[in-house]
Write a protein that binds this ligand. Sequence first.
Ligand SMILES: Cc1ncc(COP(=O)(O)O)c(C=O)c1O
Length: 443
Amino acid sequence: MNFSNQFIGKELFPNKTDVNSDNNLSINGFDLTKLAEKYQTPLYVYDEDTIVSTIKDFQNSFKSELETSIISYSTKAFSNPYLLKVLNENDMYIDVVTGGELAIAKFVEFPSSRINFHGNNKSIDELKEALDYGIKHITIDSFNEIQNLKKITEELNVIQDVMIRVSPSVDPKTHLLTTTGILDSKFGFSIETGDAEKAIYELTKIKNLNLVGLHFHLGSPIFEVQPYTEAIEYVYSFASDMKNTYNFQMKKFSPGGGFAIGYTTEKKPLVIREYAKAICDSIKKSAKKYKFPIPIVILEPGRALIGRSGVSIYKIGSIKSIPAVRNYISIDGGMGDNIRHALYGSEYSVFSVSKINSKKKMTKATIAGKFCESGDILAKDVYIPDPEINDLLVLPSSGAYNLAMSSNYNMQVRPAVIIITKGETKIIKRRETYKDLLSTSLL
Ligand SMILES: Cc1ncc(COP(=O)(O)O)c(C=O)c1O
């Protein structure tokens, strides 16, 4: 019998992904061919056990290094009411970057005391909505936002806790389009140019805004610890100057998110414990050096919290071979539900749902989507066993920034999302219909 529950790349998938006795991939006992038949493709499948175990891994890894750690999921990675419910049940905090993300949190009555509001251009309405909901923090990103918040809090006669996002000019060595903490970035107040100091000075004069700490986010995905430790030391030395000059007390400190996950069998991420140890050791060392008490430390994983818990399943609809050039395998989704390769050149390992243990010849191919763009590619030069029309392909690590950045380009409806929970499957977002496409248009 060909049956084996081991296969190369297993670590990229949700926890209990196996090859079952029919030689099909299964997650937590659910055969992916059966799920595709029941819910149609393209299909996004999440596994709740993996989500919860990743939450626990983050909470335990950081808390065991620093008791004051808080794990705050960055909802931009994938915002969905069911997911927020699971996060809430597991004592998680979250951040939002728009009124829309806040609206989803409000919809599930996510406690306002565990929400932080990020974003480099929050509108006045969004700020008012956040204050109205009693949001815990607002992380200020610009001088205009300071003035807007001053005005709103004075009008409402409330005192709001705020942090500021600083830019520490540290390169996280990831893709330029996902790099955020360098000097040339739209995000945050630069320490290097003096803007961060100016922001702190302005805030000292505003009695309705209570500056409780500093935040930075370097970019994503970061496969090493050194950019974090370098930035922590630099931000602490800045905080120490601000303490001496303006009596700034850093009660809270956030080194952001950016923790990597595996997308291909070649590039392995660190385990969460390794990030936790390096980051917390670095905070303890700097706090001691600059004589600060240990702050509340806020970690903001998006990708690493949810990415590996989700997979996307597609069906092959056409195969085109250009001799001596390339084989194109076209699937029934693409850049509309996963723009990551088109946007950042992100790489994936791609797996055949039913032929993972096939002894047949591997075909080197480029996996193309069905959208009218030559750049609509999901993976370049991957090896697929004996690809045939109607075969199912699965992309692991599809849980973060795929559907979150999805579109209706070409008027393609977005896929359904299901979750495996307590031995059953549940639709958490139904497949869109043509009616949905027309629902916002007027004649
Ligand atoms: C401020 C902030 N925190 C956290 C994150 C989450 O990053 P990741 O999903 O890589 O963990 C982002 C991503 O853009 C961010 O801008």
